[in-house]
Design a protein around this ligand. Structure first.
Ligand code: BJ8
Length: 423
């Protein structure tokens, strides 16, 4: 492993505290991932990324900055990467998925804030994540109340742009979102000093669509009766997709998909026959939040799909590539992104349709509806989700959790009982 201490120092990081994080991550990864048997060989790429998670990609980003590129940190799958790419900018996801960062977040936020927000704010203010130090600008969005208020705190520490998200999906809301994207494009052009032309945006749309198609191919392989890959491994691929270079991400996901398709042909499975198939729905799982997948997959079941923002909400639906003027392209982008069904919208019946469709497509035996503690949106929507699933006769277990391990044993007991019940 290369020595990145100098780089972290220059980023103004708190090295002593950061060392503590570096000390625990390899063990957590080893216990969760390397203990699995018969993993696809192509996972070697993602294992390598995790092994040097605060080294390799941050060093690449810094190199790019030296050559004049700007790095934008984002927190939500509604922020359109296409715009940033078209201005030769780089996108890096910044959602925090570790309990390690939560106390620094709690120093400025109410404890009753969801762990994703607390960890994200904590990672910046605690100076223990290089990605949060590197980003030249943060892009927030008006999704949930917790995030909206957190941006005000983060905005004191780093340049911050906030995209005003509609809360409904009427035609006029989609118009409004297209306008917001256009304004964002103007800001990105000014910040990067690079003009966005229709040709450049066309290329960026294509790049992102290819990435989505590659991720979708990997997901497609999970529909097979014999599962060629664990849910944990797919989750890792998706989590890293948020901050990797999109072209490399596409190549690696396609390479993995090739291997999985071969495994399906050869009848290779990573789970014993009859393993119960679980769809997870709900709040996102930012890296390194592997808790629920690990518990499920060591309790006699397999996660075959995630209806989350670190799952299908990230890559489903493509931007129409046939548009040739900027105005049309902004609209096409708005249409695609408004097809994402987050609980911050009302009504949000599209999400219920998605969940029922995915349950069928992935031939699931049961659904686990997960809510990050204090996320009022997904918690409340859980009522409708569970009612719709029950109506279709699909077993569902609703759980609420955070980033600590305090409830791990309790969760395991409940999940084991649920899986047994599926028999
Ligand atoms: S599109 S899910 S990435 S907002 S879990 S911070 S909603 S209190 S992360 Fe999200 Fe965009 Fe929606 Fe997806 Fe708030 Fe809930 Fe926390 Fe959330």
């Amino acid at each position: 492993m290369a020595n990145y201490v100098k780089m972290w120092e220059e980023l103004g990081m708190d090295l002593e505290t950061h060392d503590q994080l570096c000390a625990v991550l390899p063990t957590a990864f080893g216990d969760t991932y390397l203990s699995q048997e018969n993993r696809p060989e192509s996972m070697d790429f993602w294992d390598m990324v995790v092994a040097d998670i605060h080294g390799i990609r941050p060093a690449e980003l810094i190199e790019a900055q030296k050559k004049g590129q700007k790095v934008f940190g984002t927190f939500c799958v509604y922020v359109p990467d296409e715009i940033i790419l078209a201005a030769n900018g780089i996108v890096t996801g910044l959602c925090g998925g570790s309990q390690f960062w939560v106390p620094s977040g709690e120093a400025v936020l109410p404890k009753s804030t969801c762990p994703l927000i607390k960890a994200s704010v904590g990672a910046r203010l605690g100076r223990t994540c290089p990605f949060f130090r590197i980003a030249d600008m943060y892009v927030g969005e008006t999704t949930c109340d917790g995030k909206k208020k957190a941006w005000e705190i983060l905005g004191k520490d780093v340049p911050m742009h906030i995209m005003d998200m509609p809360q409904m999906k009427r035609p006029k809301d989609i118009e409004k979102w297209a306008d917001e994207i256009k304004e964002f494009a103007a800001l990105v052009q000014e910040f990067t000093g690079n003009e966005i032309t229709a040709e450049k945006l066309q290329d960026a749309i294509h790049t992102m669509n290819e990435k989505r198609k590659a991720l979708a191919r990997v997901y497609e392989a999970r529909k097979a009766e014999k599962l060629p890959i664990s849910g944990k491994d797919v989750l890792l691929m998706t989590q890293i997709a948020f901050f990797d270079d999109p072209v490399r991400c596409t190549q690696m996901a396609n390479r993995l998909a090739d291997e999985l398709e071969q495994r399906i042909q050869d009848g290779v499975s990573v789970f014993p026959e009859g393993t119960k198939r679980i769809l997870i729905t709900g709040t996102p799982m930012a890296i390194p939040n592997w808790k629920l997948h690990h518990i499920i997959e060591t309790s006699g079941a397999a996660v075959v799909c995630e209806e989350t923002c670190t799952g299908t909400r990230y890559f489903e639906n493509l931007v129409d590539e046939s548009k040739t003027t900027l105005e049309e392209q902004y609209h096409a982008i708005a249409e695609r992104y408004m097809g994402i069904n987050c609980a911050c919208f009302t009504p949000n019946t599209g999400r219920i349709d998605d969940i029922l469709r995915l349950a069928k497509e992935y031939n699931v035996d049961g659904v686990i509806d997960v809510n990050l503690k204090f996320c009022c949106l997904y918690d409340t929507e859980g009522y409708t989700v569970e009612a719709a699933l029950k109506e279709q006769g699909i077993p569902v277990l609703g759980i609420e959790t955070d980033y600590t391990d305090a409830d791990a044993e309790q969760l395991r007991t409940r999940i084991e009982a649920f899986v047994e019940m599926l028999d």
